[in-house]
Design a protein. Structure first.
Length: 291
């Protein structure tokens, strides 16, 4: 999925088994849901846009359901139909393979087709996309994968497991007595951070400071506003959210970046703890996020 996955356990004796179980889930999600792979199921679905119902696997059925639920819960701030818009700004390969600089791109305002245009038939396990639509599950997919990988690993070893896909962290099973210590920071080498302790659910961080590239001297990033089709112009350089699942935390963190100034009150209305960092480094805490 273009990122590093970390597996942690409380007992080193089960680490190899837990890692193998988590790897199985991560590899399956990547093979099914990566739009960077021509042979992935989601790439085949996107190529079938405008051609009527497309039968999908049980795994993709679950993921599509999750991303559409996230879109509904965020009132479209997180919208899976931004795939074409992501490609338009140059995000066509995994970030590690993405050229850091390049010629200018002419970008006009163009909204996403909209999540409500996706026809998802759960009973028959089909998806119909309108012509020109392209699904990207990035705002939920890594968190969803972390949730499923942690659950699979915890079942396999019979004890607590933490799985972190990039900045998206999920835990499952019993936690250590003091919880899982997780460092929240803009980057691995950041000079400022906060350590928190997780006991269940998930924590996810979205931001505009990492995963950036230049085109014609303009800095672009990977969080696209579905209303404009452009990288979100946000006052927040990063948003970290804790929720009952990592997928939900991932969706809320991305939505906060897109929403901008209204993010603290919006997050508070859902009762989720959050930590927002402005471009000047000042921090806004929401709800019961620890100070």
């Amino acid at each position: 999925m273009g990122t590093t996955t970390v597996v942690a356990v409380d007992d080193p004796a089960v680490l190899e088994t837990a890692t193998a179980a988590a790897q199985g889930v991560i590899h399956a999600v990547d093979a099914t849901c990566s739009r960077f792979r021509e042979d992935s199921e989601i790439s085949r679905l996107n190529r079938a846009a405008g051609q009527g119902p497309f039968h999908i696997s049980a795994l993709l059925d679950e993921v599509i359901g999750a991303v559409l639920d996230a879109a509904a819960a965020t009132d479209g701030l997180v919208d899976p139909t931004i795939g074409g818009l992501m490609e338009r700004i140059g995000y066509t390969v995994t970030f590690i393979d993405l050229p850091s600089d390049g010629p200018a791109i002419e970008l006009e305002t163009r909204s996403a087709p909209g999540w409500a245009t996706v026809e998802h038939d759960r009973s028959n396990r089909t998806v119909s996309l309108p012509e020109g639509a392209s699904i990207d599950v990035g705002a939920v997919g890594k968190g969803w994968a972390a949730d499923r990988a942690a659950e699979a690993a915890a079942r396999e070893v019979g004890m607590g497991v933490l799985v972190a896909c990039g900045g998206d962290v999920a835990v499952s099973g019993s936690s250590p007595q003091v919880g899982w210590r997780v460092r929240v920071a803009e980057a691995t080498d950041a000079t400022t951070w906060q350590d928190i302790h997780m006991f269940d659910g998930g924590v996810a961080t979205s931001g505009t400071g990492s995963r950036t590239w230049r085109r014609g001297g303009e800095i672009l990033h990977h969080i696209v506003d579905p209303a404009t089709g452009l990288p979100a112009d946000s006052p927040w350089v990063m948003a970290s959210v804790a929720a009952a699942s990592c997928a939900a935390a991932n969706a809320a963190a991305t939505a906060a970046i897109v929403l901008g100034d209204g993010a603290p009150s919006w997050l508070d209305s859902f009762g989720v703890p959050a930590r927002l960092v402005r471009r000047d480094g000042s921090v806004v805490l929401v709800g019961p996020w620890p100070s």
